[in-house]
Design a protein around this ligand. Structure first.
Ligand SMILES: *Cc1c(COP(=O)(O)O)cnc(C)c1O
Length: 447
C-alpha cells in the first residue's frame, strides 16, 4: 500500500497528479499475494547464490587482477566457478569482454556449429540482433506470423548461414507456446543445435515457461541425446528457483547488464553448460589453443561477484515492477503481454500502445524518472544490429543496462513498448507512476 505520506511527497516534490497515485495504489493493493510468492522465490535464489560463493571458497584475493594476457587470473576462474555452481553446470565463461548478450549467444552458436550442421530455432523468430547473426532478415518467409525473404548472398558478413550452416525455424503454436510436435518433426540427423529463446524479445508473446523449456529439452534429447539444446536465457535468471541448465539444457547464455549482473557488472556476458561445449565455445570466443586460459578482467571480478550476489533481490524488484506495470496498463484498457494475471518467466512487461506518440511519450517519461540523464529526452535512433529505429529510455548508471529501470520500443506497428528493470521496487514503481502522469498530462490517456 502506498502511504499517505508518500503520496503527499510525490505531489509536492514531483508534481504528480493525485489521481495517478491512487490509481497505481489501487493496482498495487491487488498484488500482495503475488509479491509474497516472488519473495519466496528470491529467498531460495539468494541462498543458492550464497552457497555457490561458500562452496567455491571465495576470498578477497579473488578481487585482484592481472595485466597483459591475463594468465592465471584467479578471480576470473573463481567467477566462472561460482557461475557454474549457481547454474548447475560443469563449466562457465563469464567475461567483461563478451560485449553483450548477442555476442555471448553468437559465440555459442558459432563455436558449436560446423558447415553442413543444422540449427533449429524452436521458439519462433529470434531477437532482432540474432536475426542478423543468423543472416536472416526480419519477417523470414518461414515465420508464419511474418513474410519477406532471407538475406541475399551479398549481405552475408560472417553470419551463421555464411558458414554453410542450415537454419530452420519452428514457429510457436497459436497459443504462443512451443509446438512440441512440430519441433519433433523438424529434427533431422543433421540437427546439431536446437535453440530456444526464453524471453519475449521485441515480439508479442509471453516468456516461455520453465515447464515448456523442459518439455522441449526432454523431447529433443529423447530423439537424440547428442543434439545440443541451447537457450538464450536473457532476462530469465532468478525468476524461478530452478535454472534451465539444472533440468537438462546443455548450454545457456545471457548478458551481465541484465539480471545476473545485479546492476553492478559494468559489462559482459556469460555462457554456462557442459564442459566439452564450453571448451569448444572458448576457442571461438578467443582462438583455438587459447580458449578460456587468457583474457584480462580489467578489475571487474569484484563487481561481477557482488552483482551476482545481489541479483536475486534486484530481479525481485524488477519482477514486482513488471507485474505492477502490467496491472496498471491493463486496468487502463491497453493490451499487455504477459497478461496481467499470468505467471512470469522473465522480467519484461510489454504494453501495446498502438501509436508512436504514446510509445515515445511512455519511454521519455521512464527516462525522466531515472537517476542519470533524467533531464534529457530520448529520441528514436538507428541502433546497430536492429532493422527499425528504436527509442530507448535508459537513464542508467551502466549505459544501456536494462536491469536498471528502462523502457524501449522499436518504432514499428503495432507500437509496443517494453518496460523492465528497477534496481529497487520503489524506483520501478515510481517509473510507472511517472509514465502514467506524463501520458495523462499530455492528454494521451484519461483516468
Ligand atoms: C537482450 C536480449 C538479447 C541480447 O541483447 P544484447 O543487447 O546484445 O545484450 C538477446 N535475446 C533476448 C531475448 C534479449 O532480450
Amino acid at each position: 500500500m502506498i502511504m499517505e505520506r508518500y503520496s503527499s511527497y510525490l505531489i509536492k516534490e514531483f508534481n504528480i497528479d493525485e489521481k495517478v497515485i491512487s490509481f497505481v495504489e489501487e493496482a498495487e493493493s491487488l498484488l500482495s499475494q503475488r509479491f509474497a510468492a516472488i519473495d519466496d522465490t528470491t529467498a531460495i535464489c539468494q541462498m543458492k547464490v550464497l552457497k555457490a560463493f561458500q562452496d567455491n571458497h571465495i576470498n578477497a584475493t579473488h578481487f585482484d587482477w592481472s595485466t597483459g594476457y591475463g594468465y592465471d587470473d584467479a578471480g576470473r576462474e573463481a567467477v566462472e566457478r561460482v557461475y557454474a555452481s549457481v547454474f548447475g553446470t560443469e563449466a562457465a565463461l563469464v567475461r567483461p569482454n563478451i560485449v553483450n548478450g548477442t555476442h555471448a549467444i553468437a559465440a555459442t552458436l558459432l563455436g558449436l556449429l560446423r558447415p553442413g550442421d543444422e540449427l533449429i530455432e524452436v521458439t519462433g523468430t529470434p531477437y532482432d540482433t540474432l536475426r542478423t547473426v543468423i543472416g536472416k532478415k526480419d519477417g523470414d518467409a518461414s515465420n508464419k506470423r511474418g513474410g519477406g525473404s532471407l538475406l541475399g548472398p551479398d549481405d552475408f558478413k560472417g553470419t551463421i548461414r555464411d558458414y554453410g550452416i542450415v537454419y530452420k525455424e519452428v514457429a510457436l503454436g497459436d497459443d504462443l507456446d512451443i509446438d512440441i510436435e512440430a519441433i519433433k518433426q523438424a529434427v533431422t540427423p543433421k540437427t546439431r543445435v536446437v535453440a530456444m529463446q526464453r524471453s519475449t524479445g521485441y515480439d508479442w508473446r509471453p516468456a516461455i515457461s520453465l515447464e515448456s523449456l523442459k518439455a522441449v529439452t526432454d523431447a529433443v534429447h529423447a530423439i537424440d541425446s547428442s543434439i545440443i539444446v541451447m537457450l538464450d536465457n536473457c532476462y530469465g535468471e532468478f525468476v524461478g528457483t530452478v535454472e534451465p541448465t539444472e533440468f537438462g539444457v546443455d548450454v545457456m547464455a545471457g548478458s551481465l547488464i541484465k539480471n545476473p549482473g545485479g546492476g553492478l557488472a559494468l559489462s559482459g556476458g556469460y555462457i554456462v553448460g557442459k564442459a566439452a561445449l564450453i571448451e569448444q565455445i572458448s576457442y571461438r570466443l578467443t582462438c583455438p589453443g587459447i580458449g578460456a586460459e587468457c583474457g584480462l578482467t580489467f578489475g571487474q571480478n569484484r563487481n561481477v561477484m557482488q552483482g551476482l550476489f545481489i541479483a536475486p533481490k534486484v530481479v525481485n524488484a524488477a519482477l514486482k515492477g513488471a507485474i505492477l506495470a502490467g496491472t496498471v496498463y491493463d486496468k487502463l484498457g491497453f493490451e499487455v503481454m504477459p497478461p496481467a494475471e499470468a505467471n512470469r518467466s522473465d522480467i519484461i512487461q510489454a504494453i501495446k500502445f498502438g501509436s508512436a506518440d504514446k510509445t515515445v511519450a511512455f519511454c521519455q517519461a521512464v527516462q525522466s524518472a531515472s537517476p542519470i540523464d533524467s533531464y534529457v529526452s530520448p529520441v528514436p535512433w538507428d541502433m546497430p544490429g536492429y532493422d527499425d529505429q528504436v527509442v530507448m529510455a535508459a537513464g542508467a548508471f551502466v549505459q544501456g543496462s536494462s536491469i536498471e529501470l528502462s523502457a524501449d520500443a522499436p518504432l514499428r506497428e503495432p507500437y509496443i513498448a517494453y518496460f523492465q528493470g528497477g534496481l529497487t521496487y520503489e524506483h520501478s514503481r515510481f517509473g510507472i507512476i511517472k509514465s502514467l502522469d506524463t501520458l495523462v498530462k499530455k492528454g494521451l490517456i484519461a483516468l
